[in-house]
Design a protein around this ligand. Structure first.
Ligand SMILES: *Cc1c(COP(=O)(O)O)cnc(C)c1O
Length: 240
């Protein structure tokens, strides 16, 4: 675990240099970009190693896997982010483990969250609305690759922001898996534009977090305005 923490710290240092260079190219400060360590698929020790390396947020994409890790190791003083599709029948369990949901991908899920939060007397649960700005059907989230879809998505974000137990802190998106950097860049740019429009047009939307960028595309994401990277492979290592 110590060795793992050291290699995470080393990789983080190298990644931070690349993040800083990308931020510099875009004329923005590198401290405006936070890093979530994606520990999904790794054993629980990965979370301990992430904590020991000085990082504070982890991303998991399965409720059962996160529950098992937390049961064994505790919360480790980390902020646990759900980054995968959340089934409505697992909302109650997810709320017991996760501190933030980055992948709010439907209004029905938002409404279910609202009901469960009221039931347990919780309020201000942080969520990001997941948007699909790539046009790829395989990616989840509210469709927003075309301008008519973007308008509908903004209306959906508005309704989500009306749910009082949720605190909508921003948007999350994923780029398509492609070697074509211009397609990735266009996807991120559309997400950024949508983020800014939501900030201007939607009451209750807090434009704090634009979560985009993974191991393969984080530099483009930083250049296009990401405020949060979700880094698995490049930071924690190859998933077994
Ligand atoms: C797995 C995953 C990541 C991290 O992917 P890497 O390519 O390993 O960095 C980020 N975001 C989401 C939503 C994921 O599912």
């Amino acid at each position: 675990m110590i060795a793992w923490a050291e290699s995470i710290a080393d990789r983080l240092e190298a990644l931070r240099e690349r993040i800083a260079a990308a931020a510099d190219r875009a004329g923005r400060p590198a401290h405006g970009v936070e890093v979530v360590a994606v520990t999904k698929g790794h054993p629980g020790e990965a979370l301990s190693a992430v904590a020991a390396a000085g990082l504070t947020c982890v991303g998991e994409n399965r409720v059962g896997e996160a529950e098992a890790k937390e049961e064994r190791l505790g919360h480790l003083g980390l902020c646990w982010h759900m980054i995968g599709h959340l089934q409505r029948n697992k909302v109650e369990r997810a709320l017991a483990v996760f501190d933030e949901l980055e992948s709010l991908d439907s209004e029905r899920l938002a409404e279910k969250l609202q009901r469960e939060l009221v039931a347990v007397g919780r309020d201000g649960f942080p969520v990001l609305v997941q948007v699909n700005t790539s046009g790829e059907a395989s990616k989840g989230g509210f469709e927003a690759s075309e301008s008519a879809e973007a308008v509908r998505t903004i209306e959906a974000v508005r309704r989500v922001c009306e749910l009082p137990a949720l605190r909508v802190r921003g948007l999350m998106t994923m780029a398509p898996l492609t070697g074509d950097a211009s397609v990735v860049r266009a996807t991120f740019r559309r997400a950024r534009e949508l983020f800014e429009r939501c900030g201007r047009e939607v009451d209750g939307f807090e434009p704090e977090v634009l979560s985009m960028g993974m191991s393969n595309d984080f530099e483009i994401a930083v250049e296009e305005g990401s405020t949060r990277l979700r880094l698995g492979t490049a930071l924690v290592g190859e998933r077994p």
